[in-house]
Design a protein. Structure first.
Length: 174
């Protein structure tokens, strides 16, 4: 029997900010896939100014991407997620906790235009959303200031605590 892990927690967008309970049937079989070779394992900086410059310079260009934009199952609107090799390898085996240096970048869209990013970087070896650095910005300028940035940020941890060591993206990426 395939091992199941809770990687995708589907929520109606209207309820995402208010409740972060998994939807019935939201488990995904993640054992058949392996992390693809040739993807970047670069770890984003966790300083807000350096991270914004890294994002604006497309520092995550070598990460494994989802195939297309889609509506977020949470409060992020239209999104496209990218994961580094460390996180891809961990997701492929349903590992928890994910290794330090695991990272995901979520592009945020307003219509067809990239309007910002949400980022998570694993900074501590323990399990749970409090052991990640969180960042969300609604501006693509290299010098933009993020309204949300910090270790174990309450704005992010409430919903992400429901994922596999805080990760809520489906594996394999779609």
């Amino acid at each position: 029997m395939a091992r199941l892990c809770s990687l995708l927690l589907v929520l109606p967008a209207a309820l995402a900010a208010a409740a972060c309970d998994p939807a019935p049937g939201s488990e995904v079989d993640c054992t058949p896939a392996a992390a693809p070779d040739g993807i970047d394992d670069d770890v984003p900086p966790v300083d807000p100014a350096a991270l914004q410059a890294w994002l604006a310079a497309d520092g995550y260009a070598g990460y494994l991407p989802e195939s297309a934009r889609h509506p977020s199952s949470g409060p992020h609107g239209a999104v496209r997620t990218f994961v580094n090799a460390r996180l891809a390898g961990s997701l492929a085996t349903c590992a928890s906790p994910h290794p330090v240096g695991s990272a995901a970048v979520k592009e945020l869209y307003d219509g067809d235009a990239l309007s910002g990013w949400a980022v998570m970087v694993k900074t501590e070896a323990a399990q749970g959303a409090g052991h990640w650095y969180w960042y969300e910005v609604f501006d693509t300028a290299p010098d933009a200031e993020a309204p949300y940035a910090g270790q174990g940020l309450d704005t992010c941890t409430g919903c992400h605590d429901g994922g596999l060591d805080a990760v809520r993206v489906a594996w394999p990426l779609r």
